[in-house]
Design a protein around this ligand. Sequence first.
Ligand SMILES: CC(C)(COP(=O)(O)OP(=O)(O)OC[C@H]1O[C@@H](n2cnc3c(N)ncnc32)[C@H](O)[C@@H]1OP(=O)(O)O)[C@@H](O)C(=O)NCCC(=O)NCCS
Length: 182
Amino acid sequence: MAEGITAVWKRVTPELRDELVAFWLAEGALDDAGVAEARTEQVVCIGREADGSIWGVGTAVLQVLPQLGQPTYACRQFFSARRRGKGQMMAFFGVVRDTLELYNQALAQPESIGILLEIQNDMVAARYQLAYEPEADAYFIGYSPRGHHLRVVYFDGARLLLPPKPAQRSPPPSGGAGAAQG
Ligand SMILES: CC(C)(COP(=O)(O)OP(=O)(O)OC[C@H]1O[C@@H](n2cnc3c(N)ncnc32)[C@H](O)[C@@H]1OP(=O)(O)O)[C@@H](O)C(=O)NCCC(=O)NCCS
């Protein structure tokens, strides 16, 4: 098993699936083996130590964020405790992004316009405060319901894939701005 960061998107073998489940449970990323097993289908790339053990996992799931109205790959990264804080996040993310972009480009019909990141790690959120972060090519687009930064990395030349949703008309709340005055 090669040391370094390797793409495994859509190529997770039963052996790798078992390794990933064991890694997540041992590192406390997940505590339910069933949930972990299901998540192995989302794995984009992994990082391996020189001894072959896994130290990092990047996952992606296609989703339409309501405020964006377009499909993106919602991506997460998780590193082993001893590998954190060593400045490898961007290199790892670069492999995730390139893997997904090439996969999407090769589809007869693209399924995603880019990558969505919910920055759940407070130290990472504090470090990246520009509305546009050139290092990751990532645009701030607002906050998630949990209050984390949401960022989007658009794929090169991405075209919008979905039409706008029809505007939802709801009656104004009584006493609200739309209520009759007088
Ligand atoms: C989030 C995670 C993948 C980041 O990886 P990492 O290896 O720790 O990140 P890096 O070392 O590349 O650091 C990225 C930036 O965050 C900041 N940062 C990271 N760890 C830090 C620490 N311990 N103290 C202060 N700042 C820190 C740094 O400022 C760094 O910027 P710099 O390279 O300009 O100094 C990793 O910490 C992790 O797996 N955390 C647990 C799971 C998690 O929170 N996942 C995020 C879900 S989206």
